[in-house]
Design a protein around this ligand. Structure first.
Ligand code: ACO
Length: 402
């Protein structure tokens, strides 16, 4: 805590907390995390129960409206989402403006931001109907946009959504159907996909959610704010970690190379970090990682990928790291991304799609947090302060005298 009167002559005291390690930026009734105990609750319900007994769209309803839906409410919600999965035909042109090998996250950031140019009828943040429609549009269209970004990046035609499939099955089909062959959705893979969406749905004030809140606090429209969240999620310390974690495991390659890689991760002169390990909040096992690990076993069993070398390396990395004082002392456990990449790869997704899939899942969290903030009468524009460390006032020197 700094007495800024000495610095700025203002009657204020503020905290200096780089990285916001101990500063709450808001109050929220959506998600609770106890990082020491490894607990994650959405509106009070434990994540492992939701992953086991619920499904993604029901969790979306819970996050958005605060309670589990009745059967009629769920049916109505699912049909509203389903009705909004198509994107405007004109929006196809946005995709074709990108280089053919553009990263799907770059395309998603641009296309989602540009949705505000199409959906003027849901950009007034002060109108509850606009807020509701924007929320549903974002949740419903995000899988379509992610799948289109993927198809574009591999030079294949777009696949339109099919509304008789569930949310996860429809996404898999939009990604994997080709003109000659309609993808047949396997219910076990669709369940695993749904579980990945559910486990990533919200995580209170993480970097991308805080970005959405900060952007929204200026009154910016919801599509622009969610685009800001997507841009933030792309970083390897956040949503990009699932791609980085799988690439790390592949780089390790065989179990005999694990000690060498752990030594590199521990070496402070080496920028290498063991991706998929550690979490700002969890100082215990990430509860989502437990479910994800189980899901990885199920998917690999189903696909007959017995003795998957990457999974074998992953399990051995986990074992050796958890027996190593460096990781134990710093409470570095596998996080949700450590196993999700293995599942996604087994399903046939390239690593470039891992973070877009995270964005599809997290859209409901961003939207729920955005709505909660906008509907709070005490909402203020977010405006962090700083500790200035630059030169004190000095006089301009003409260029010939420098
Ligand atoms: N490998 C090796 N050392 C690590 C790792 C790691 N993955 N993570 C943290 N450490 C070490 C740090 O070097 C530091 O050591 P020191 O105290 O000796 O200096 C200590 O553990 C604390 O690390 P911080 O970076 O201060 O912890 P912070 O809370 O800021 O970082 C983060 C959390 C960014 C997630 C970090 O653990 C990391 O980079 N992990 C790898 C990336 C990753 O998996 N990100 C996904 C997060 S989950 C998500 O976004 C869904």
């Amino acid at each position: 805590v700094v007495d800024v009167r000495k610095l700025y002559g203002q009657a204020d005291v503020f905290t200096y907390d780089p990285g916001f390690t101990s500063t709450a930026s808001c109050d929220s009734a959506i998600t609770y995390i106890d990082g020491e105990e490894g607990i994650l609750l959405h509106r009070g319900y434990p994540i492992d129960q939701l992953a086991e007994k619920s499904h993604f769209l029901e969790v979306c309803y819970l996050l958005l409206y605060g309670e589990l839906p009745t059967a009629a409410q769920l049916e109505d919600f699912e049909s509203r989402v389903t009705n909004h999965t198509m994107v405007h035909e004109q929006m196809h042109r946005f995709f074709t403006g990108f280089r053919r090998d553009a990263h799907p996250m770059a395309i998603m950031t641009g296309v989602v931001g540009a949705m505000s140019a199409f959906y003027h009828d849901s950009t007034d943040i002060h109108d509850p109907w606009h807020r509701e429609v924007a929320s549903i549009r974002l949740i419903a269209k995000m899988p379509t946009i992610a799948a289109m970004a993927y198809k574009y990046s591999i030079g294949q035609p777009f696949v339109y959504p099919r509304n008789d499939l569930d949310f996860a099955g429809n996404f898999l089909r939009m990604c994997f159907s080709v003109p000659a062959e309609d993808y047949q959705v396997n219910p076990i893979l669709s369940r695993a996909m749904d579980r990945i969406f559910t486990l990533h749905a919200d995580h209170e004030q993480n970097a991308s959610t805080s970005t959405v809140r900060l952007a929204s606090s200026s009154g910016a429209n919801p599509f622009a704010c969610i685009a800001a969240g997507i841009a933030c999620l792309w970083g390897p310390a956040h949503g990009g970690a699932n791609q980085a974690a799988l690439e790390s495991l592949k780089e390790i390659g065989t179990p005999d190379r694990i000690p060498e890689m752990l030594a590199r991760a521990k070496d402070k002169d080496d920028p290498f970090r063991l991706m998929g390990f550690g979490h700002r909040v969890y100082k215990n096992f990430d509860p989502r990682a437990k479910v994800m690990k189980q899901s990885a076993d199920e998917v690999l069993d189903l696909l007959g990928v017995e003795n998957n070398p990457i999974l074998a390396v992953a399990k051995e990395v986990e074992k050796q790291a958890l027996a190593d004082d460096y990781f134990v002392d710093r409470k570095l456990f596998p996080n949700v991304d450590f196993y999700s990449g293995i599942i996604l790869e087994a399903m046939g997704f390239p690593t470039s799609m891992f973070t877009p899939i995270f964005a599809v899942s997290r859209t409901v969290g961003w939207v729920s947090q955005w709505k909660e903030m906008i509907e709070d009468p005490a909402m203020k524009i977010g405006r962090p302060r700083q500790l200035y460390t630059g030169p004190s006032q000095r006089d301009y020197v003409d260029v010939e005298n420098r």
